[in-house]
Design a protein around this ligand. Structure first.
Ligand code: DAT
Ligand code: MG
Length: 142
């Protein structure tokens, strides 16, 4: 299996509820390595740019307002099959549909305030990693 990198975010509800350490533990216990990390507070315009693929969706305003409502943690994860592995560890978008033992089943409050983001394809991972990090800020561990 290929070694990949993917972008995860701990969303404002996760930071607000002091879940940073526990979320990182899910990823580390799942076999992914943290190769870059930072905390930041997106502006509304930056949240809109990050989620531009969803701009026609009915929840776009709500989503981008929420993502700009407080600090987040951006993380680059590395490992074999990291993109799918990260999404498996996160669980389904809606916590009511997420599998037992996943981050969203354990912590998410709703479909919108669902604690974590994870890239969904190699193309989105490349775009989303570059949105937050330069190559110099990433420490390869494979
Ligand atoms: P995911 O984050 O699982 O990749 P997505 O890309 O379909 O899900 O949507 C991005 C985010 O938008 C999601 O994490 C939470 C929000 N969202 C999605 N569907 C929603 C809905 N029906 N109502 C409110 N927020 C929604
Ligand atoms: Mg998505």
């Amino acid at each position: 299996m290929p070694v990949e990198r993917t972008l995860s975010l701990i969303k404002p509800d996760g930071v607000e509820r002091n879940l940073i350490g526990q979320v990182l533990s899910f990823f580390e216990k799942g076999g992914l390595k943290i190769v870059a990390m930072k905390m930041l507070h997106l502006t509304k315009a930056q949240a809109e740019e990050f989620y531009i693929v969803h701009k026609e969706r009915p929840f776009y305003q709500e989503l981008t307002e929420y993502m700009a409502s407080g600090p987040i943690v951006a993380i680059v994860l590395e490992g074999e099959n990291a993109i799918a592995k990260c999404r498996e560890i996160m669980g389904a978008t809606d916590p009511a549909e997420a599998a037992e033992g996943t981050i969203r089943k354990t912590f998410a409050l709703s479909k919108g305030e669902n604690t974590v983001h994870g890239s969904d394809s190699p193309e989105s991972a490349a775009r989303e990693i570059a949105f937050f990090f330069s190559e110099l800020e990433i420490c390869p561990r494979s």
